[in-house]
Ligand binder design. Structure first.
Ligand SMILES: NC(=O)c1ccc[n+]([C@@H]2O[C@H](COP(=O)([O-])OP(=O)(O)OC[C@H]3O[C@@H](n4cnc5c(N)ncnc54)[C@H](OP(=O)(O)O)[C@@H]3O)[C@@H](O)[C@H]2O)c1
Length: 253
């Protein structure tokens, strides 16, 4: 049975990755800070699907805790076949108004932790094969504060790493959803209506995860779920940066 390690598995897209992978028979390693939520999720998946589920609580903004997860990924005696770098959060204000320590934690979770975990995963995946999915965002194709800069890093790095490591049997896919119904916006203190985003632009987590798993299986470097957002990204590539930055000021994805 393949084994998948998912960060941010206690809620939203990460919890949905866990459900879909368990349904396909994968054993799981679940990572997030909320131990109780992870234990509850693990118990449910073990009993519903008969898979092995390990709970590995960690705050990915803390170096020693990221290292514990990296050590699990380097463990060649119980190798991980799929790494999903999904944990993430948004900051409520604009850059200059956010606490700088919060900005640093944000950068660590989105970029540094993902980079360290990819590096660790490659130590056992190269040669034997494996998949990495980095949950980025359509925000990575536009300019909007540090969130979109972090997501751009994930997209750019995934493109290069997919070309480089597919020769060793490892694919790397940046999954780039638009707005998805999860706890993400609520955790920023925003009701979904607060974003001023039309209902048509909201995606469902199961559809996003299905698209990401399918595109990763096809070895794609970038996965943009839904035709709507494929069109948005194509259009963003054609418009001047000043126009897309103006539009992007409205919402957080
Ligand atoms: N929802 C959207 O509209 C949207 C759109 C595009 C991209 N995304 C991206 O999708 C990914 C998942 O977000 P989501 O929408 O599913 O949000 P969510 O429902 O708020 O879930 C976020 C997950 O990340 C975990 N997490 C947050 N900070 C962490 C930390 N310091 N250490 C470890 N785990 C941490 C949370 O668990 P704990 O609190 O238990 O630690 C939770 O499991 C994020 O990378 C986000 O940027 C979301």
């Amino acid at each position: 049975m393949p084994t998948a390690l998912i960060t941010g598995a206690s809620a939203g897209l990460g919890a949905e990755f866990a459900r879909q992978l368990a349904r396909r028979g994968a054993d799981l390693v679940l990572v997030a800070r909320s131990t109780d939520a992870l234990e509850a999720q693990a118990a449910e998946l073990r009993s519903a699907h008969g898979v092995a589920v390990e709970v590995l609580p960690a705050d990915l903004s803390v170096a020693e805790e990221v290292e514990r997860v990296a050590a699990r990924l380097r463990d060649a005696s119980d190798p991980v076949d799929l790494l999903v770098n999904n944990a993430g959060f948004g900051l409520p204000l604009h850059f200059a108004d956010n606490d700088i320590d919060d900005e640093v934690r944000h950068l660590r979770v989105h970029v540094e932790a993902s980079m360290r975990l990819m590096h660790a995963a490659l130590q056992t995946m190269r040669g034997r094969g494996g998949r990495i999915i980095n949950v980025a965002s359509v925000a990575g194709f536009i300019s909007r504060s540090t969130y979109s800069a972090c997501k751009s890093w994930l997209i750019g790095f995934s493109r290069w790493a997919n070309a480089e490591y597919s020769r060793d049997g490892v694919t790397v896919t940046a999954l780039c959803p638009g707005f998805v119904h999860t706890t993400f916006h609520e955790r920023m203190g925003l009701a979904q209506g607060d974003e001023g985003v039309p209902r048509l632009l909201w995606l469902q987590a199961p559809d996003v995860v299905r698209a990401g798993l399918r595109d990763a299986a096809l070895g794609r470097a970038v996965s943009i779920p839904s035709l709507r957002y494929k069109a948005v990204v194509a259009l963003a590539g054609l418009l001047p940066r000043s126009v897309t930055a103006g539009v992007a000021r409205r919402g957080r994805v």
